[in-house]
Design a protein around this ligand. Sequence first.
Ligand SMILES: *Cc1c(COP(=O)(O)O)cnc(C)c1O
Length: 404
Amino acid sequence: MTTASTLFFDRSSAILAHLEETGQFKQLQMIESPMGPRISIRGKGEVDCFCSNNYLGLANHPDVVEAGIEGLRKYGAGTASVRFICGTFAPHVALEERIASFLGVEASYTFVSCWNATEATFPTLCQDGDVIVSDELNHACIIDSMRLTTSIHRGVSKCIYKHSHMESLREALVIASKKCSNEGSIFVITDGVFSMEGDIALLPDIRSLCNEFCAVLVVDDSHGTGVMGETGRGTHEHYDMAGNEIDIFTGTLGKALGGGAGGYVAGKREAVELLTQRGRPTLFSNALPVTVACSAKAAIDTLDGNPSLVQKLRANVAAVREGIGEVGFEVLKSPTAICPIIVGETATAISMSNKLLDMGVFAIGFGYPVVPEGTARIRVQVSAAHEQDHIDRLCVALSELKGD
Ligand SMILES: *Cc1c(COP(=O)(O)O)cnc(C)c1O
């Protein structure tokens, strides 16, 4: 007998079969070692890892690991509570103060992920009459946060501008000013470093446009924090901007800052406090695990105490970008640790990535729906933990691929 549920399961297996047939099915590789420049994958052995967000090599840094263990021993495995009931532990507050001082802003508040932090931000901070202005290539969590906002607050509108196109941003702001009510606010949101292009937002220009239109500037610097700027403060530091020139930051602890998990909102005290009081993920979902808070704080301390980590990352980025170019692939020009090699079709990117893995180099192919159709790519990510021999092996593998 055909029931509604068999229809659903048949439909789902047809979708999965289609993904397999068209070469779009993702194999999840099983890692059997800590995250590092060289990792062990079940069935593949040891490979050079060029696809993690472990930009500073802190994911398995002894001080970061030790801080987590100490936190686990002292505070146990779980908070068993959301923050406002009995889930705010000393390490949460210490971490939040550390994030705020690191970024040079008034306050910060943590979430279990940056996805969660972003999902909390706009629905909580916006009200009817507001307008959100967003770069077309912003991260998926920003897009979903805006969708959620406009479905909760029907009177909030959004304007999308062309990627890093300042004339288009100005036009969007002109439209936003017309749509915005008298009591309304305009928010401009951008990634600091764009995760799929590896390019950086034009923050000084965006800041002055925000000033001109009295807009609140929100920057998600998940790929920029720990990476960009002389001391790894992020994309604003790359431009010699102070932290408090950005009204609100969102960011992740799951990349350069230890790579565990967790996200935060940081910036003006009013915004952070409003999220603490009213954010739905805050009110209805558990606190960041304390051990993760301890590790993340140790990661920031380690970064702050070792500016050479950021310098080494920068040197490695230059070497990898030069190497990719010498092999004959084109990589989008940028100072970031994300080096995308555009190859076109999703199936091509996945097959190239599989060949690289067979040669002992782990770099993932991204296709639709993560990036627009026709712009599939191999995304090479650089870490301060890479040594010259890792980079050499990457270049040899890429040149064999080029010769194919
Ligand atoms: C990775 C990333 C996120 C997601 O961070 P999580 O903490 O893993 O949820 C959010 N925004 C941007 C721009 C990212 O690159």
